[in-house]
Design a protein around this ligand. Structure first.
Ligand code: GSH
Length: 203
């Protein structure tokens, strides 16, 4: 039985979505960040970085959400990796792009808008990072022209890793109206029962 550490509202959410897609039995455990459980000696044995998510599956212990997703797909539902070299390459391309390029500005805005009290918000940080989004979202939008998913017809963890970040945009007041392909793609993803479960869990 897999144990996944971290709340569905954190980076652990994309791993929970992948577990749901793979249809594998798992237990999700919250880590009490307010009381610094993520820095406790017991938790540091699981993730020496003191962050969530982390995963234990029998003898296997992993941290880093992308690595956990690749492990789950490889072990329990290989088609989520892509079914040929091109799909696997595209899946990885978008996974790396989502964490290296799209996620940093979105997280900066998220921190300011969700965690920083209104009177202490740094509007320069918000504006600087919001200004990075049109270029990034245009790249994603153009790549989705005439494609159902990022790797083509096959849904992969590239979609999970990218949509788990892109779907934060509306929560931050970023209008996706100018990006119809992204809207269609998120619409198709929204029909997936595993995504619906993940969405309900992160509410
Ligand atoms: N690159 C890591 C990022 C993990 C991460 O930053 N997790 C945050 C929560 S979303 C965390 O645990 N922060 C606690 C800390 O940094 O002390 C991944 O994708 O797994």
């Amino acid at each position: 039985m897999i144990t996944l550490y971290g709340s569905p509202r954190s980076s652990a959410g994309r791993c929970i979505w992948t577990l749901e897609e793979a249809g594998v039995a798992y237990t999700q455990k919250d880590v009490d960040m307010k009381n610094k459980e993520h820095k406790s000696a017991d938790y540091l044995k699981i993730n020496p970085m003191g962050k969530v998510p982390a995963m234990v599956d029998g003898d296997v212990t992993l941290f880093e959400s992308m690595a956990i997703n690749y492990y789950i797909a490889d072990t329990y539902k290989k088609e989520l990796l892509g079914t040929n070299a091109l799909e696997r390459g595209l899946s990885m391309q978008w996974s790396f792009w989502a964490t290296a390029e799209l996620q940093p500005p979105i997280i900066e805005v998220f921190i300011q808008k969700v965690f920083v009290p209104e009177d202490k918000r740094d509007h320069n940080i918000i504006e600087k990072n919001l200004n990075k989004l049109p270029e990034l979202l245009s790249v994603l939008n153009n790549s989705l022209a005439q494609k159902k998913y990022l790797a083509g017809d096959q849904f992969t963890i590239g979609d999970i890793n990218t949509a788990s970040v892109a779907s934060i945009c509306p929560m931050l007041g970023v209008d996706l109206g100018a990006y119809p392909n992204i809207k269609n793609w998120l619409g198709a993803i929204g029909d997936r029962p595993a995504f619906q479960k993940y969405q309900n869990l992160r509410k």
